[in-house]
Write a new protein. Structure first.
Lengths: 318, 318
């Protein structure tokens, strides 16, 4: 029997400039929202000492070639050991026989990348046209991915960054110095929110850090930081004020993220939600007025993992 | 970063005669029953066309070195394609950092083996001493594993086999001809049950095939066939008649297998259940009379996958 291909991150990253992912990702969201994907609830394994968490996302699109299992872990103590906190792999299996086809030992980087790509796609989809500045809240790995992925899709001239630790923001500024945009570091979160109409939140906060009265008409917020039942970056009043609240997966967002928090508080109702796949397809309305407030809460769906793993696999065997 | 070792089934199977698994498996069941293992509910992915199912079992023992994720699939159409129906892999990750350490592409064989080992351990634990004949119900892969694993632990002289398809039973007879026991093929299921006091059920039946009035005093039944919410081999009255009903995992057996079926019908109550780890440890009573009827319903717990994957890994790197 043919063995699966096994690729480490060095090899995977060397293939990434050959993959085209935006259109397949859009189609995958559409298939998902049309009920053509089988995506069970996220599997979760928690560790206390040392603290860590593992997320297992898995599923398939009907009529596709593969099913995917994605394992992504975060062990925060790894930094002290000189090890990357994110680890894991994406696995592709033949959908007809179950035979393993690809083992992508991506150290959770493909998860970060597909989150960056989906975030940028949501930002383009829902921000006002002509937007030339963005506020990125947080200065970690995902802040970098959101900036890079957004720059591929929008003519951004100014990237405003806010993070609790200014030194980390300076490091981010250096890391993104190759981008063709001015990167400004800010210390007043309220001011940054008030002065930007495209906001991307990437922190792992467990309480709301962005207040509703800071958010101006015409703002779009892409929230990618909160992907668990506990995490939360936005005052839930922002979601009730929003004209459009977009989930990547309504069932999953009911259990995780900003939407979960707002539903729990009763500030929004499930029937007010739309999925990003519905807007991509045109079966739900996206922004139709300059002054609307829109929120896209992305918790990460296994169809995204399927799309990126399949794209890497196809390039690898070509 | 050191890459994980990747072993295919050919390599894994060449290592198996070097592993000692019974004592670690016993200890793992004890740890599990003592609450020292973190085992989330089984993940399940189902396929309609062609039909297939994937089970994802995962977890860790506190204080151990690894967490495990086990993927085992069954696609029944594979036979027609000349492909083994069972596929999958076992993955070991460092419990401190999440770094992947071992990828065992076992085609679900390690799952079959650890099921065979656990079944044999339950049979030895609960059958009357001096038992020299066994009835194995079913003639598939797991019937073979149960026979081989039992022969390592008990002085069995006669293996009685019953299966719907006599030709398959003859094939099993050939496959097990190296065993130091007489293998007899039977056609009357009632007779086989009545005449044996150690019964191992290995079918994938979805309705009870073994009636309660066939089961004689002093009988022990190890039921390994039914591992899903739908599957069922035993008339639920057998469980209510039994003096001891043993689960491998009470939470999991409440959702899957014979115990799940009997609880649903109300023929047994949750407080009547004990776990095999409790009997191994001595904190619950095992058989204490020759005429008792005992049932061990094994649905397969991730600690078993952890033990066997760890054993293979240790031999592989030694």
């Amino acid at each position: 029997m043919t063995q699966p291909i096994v690729l480490d991150w060095e090899k995977i990253s060397s293939l990434l400039d050959q993959i085209e992912i935006h259109e397949p990702m859009k189609q995958a969201f559409i298939e998902y929202s049309n009920g053509n994907a089988e995506i069970p609830p996220v599997g979760e394994l928690l560790f206390e000492e040392p603290p860590g968490e593992v997320h297992i996302k898995y599923g398939y699109i009907k009529g596709g070639s593969f099913y995917v299992i994605k394992i992504a872990s975060g062990f925060s103590g790894n930094n002290q050991l000189g090890v990357k906190p994110g680890q894991g792999m994406m696995l592709l299996f033949d959908i007809v026989t179950g035979i393993p086809k690809a083992i992508l030992i991506d150290q959770a980087n493909l998860t970060d990348l597909r989150t960056g790509i989906a975030g940028a796609m949501a930002s383009v989809l829902l921000a006002n046209e002509g937007t030339e500045s963005v506020a990125i809240i947080g200065n970690g790995v995902q802040a970098r991915y959101q900036a890079r992925c957004l720059m591929e899709l929008m003519p951004i001239k100014i990237i405003n960054v806010w993070g609790r630790d200014k030194e980390k923001s300076k490091k981010l500024q250096q890391d993104l110095s190759d981008l063709d945009a001015e990167l400004l570091i800010h210390e007043d979160l309220a001011d940054v929110i008030k002065q930007n109409k495209l906001i991307i939140t990437t922190t792992s906060s467990k309480k709301a850090i962005i207040q509703s009265n800071w958010v101006q008409p015409g703002t779009h917020i892409t929230a990618v930081g909160s992907d668990t039942p506990e995490k939360c970056e936005l005052d839930s009043d922002i979601l009730s004020r929003a004209d459009i609240v977009v989930a990547d997966s309504i069932p999953q967002n009911q259990l995780r993220g900003e939407i979960h928090q707002a539903l729990k508080k009763g500030t929004i109702q499930p029937n007010e939600l739309v999925e990003i796949g519905q807007i991509f397809e045109g079966s739900a309305q996206g922004r139709n007025h300059f002054d609307q407030i829109t929120v896209a809460d992305l918790t990460g769906v296994a169809v995204q993992d399927l799309v990126i793993a399949e794209a890497v696999y196809k390039v690898a065997i070509s």
